[in-house]
Design a protein around this ligand. Sequence first.
Ligand code: CUA
Length: 324
Amino acid sequence: MLLATASVLAGCGWDGPMSTLVARSDMARDVLALYGLITWISIGIGTLVFAVLGYVLVRFRDRPGAPLPPQSHGHPWLEIAWTIGPAIVLLVIAVPTIQVVFRTQSQAKPPDALEVVVRGYQWWWEFAYPTLGVVTANELHVPAGRKIVFHLEGPDVIHSFWVPKLGGKRDVVPARANRMTLIPDTPGLYWGQCAEFCGASHANMGLRVVVDTAADFDRWVAAQRAPAADPTAEPATTGKAIFAGSACVGCHTVRGVSGGTLGPDLTHFGTRTTLAAGILPNTPDNVMAWIRDAPRLKPGAKMPPFAFTDDQARALTAYLASLK
Ligand code: CUA
């Protein structure tokens, strides 16, 4: 029992990577304030209802020999009161909620904001910075203290962009321009997750957000704008030749080498800490397993299995790791 309680409490940890109770942006704070408001209102109503229920149960319970209570039908004032009461409660919840929705979906191009186009694919994320000329996947970098405008787009089905400590959930709907605006305030690594069922690997559609200091962010942008590093040693050089001569190029972009757009841009794959939309650490073993049989690791993954030999898979893995 003690163990069960402890594990439940651990699961609901105050500061787990997906905690909604820790706010690290203005949007997350606004949402947390709404959550608090609704919780306190609910606690108040619950307490009132159970107090009245308890009183009625005791005060009006049947006693031996008691006469039949007065029989009545309807009570207009009571009925008006319990219609208006809940309406007021809903109004108190709705007004600040709608304010937050509008505040976090401000105009398309607020001055000084950083624009990020978020595209949800089955089952990974693309992040494009139209004003910076940077495209990356699954790991989003943003600077702390600056307003970020996310333009949420999707080419296939409905996804939902959610980074609990920063903001969301906001739907990524094909052919609809949704926006989300927030200012992250604390540098650090944040976990996110697709929050709208989108098919077989919905649960495997994670993401990471790195909130950088302004200087770190500028360094990251400069590195991402640079062309892909050319491998200088074996087996990475062989890996590049295999990549360039295989089906990889049909789906993946490595700027200067290939231009496929169906899968994640791999130009700086070696700088990412995870692969497969945040579900695996970016280690040589995981990359090799992924190259050979992606659908085994992520059911439904659009990347088919490839029959590479051990040497070929190792060379490709070395090449991908060299793309810093
Ligand atoms: Cu994408 Cu669920």
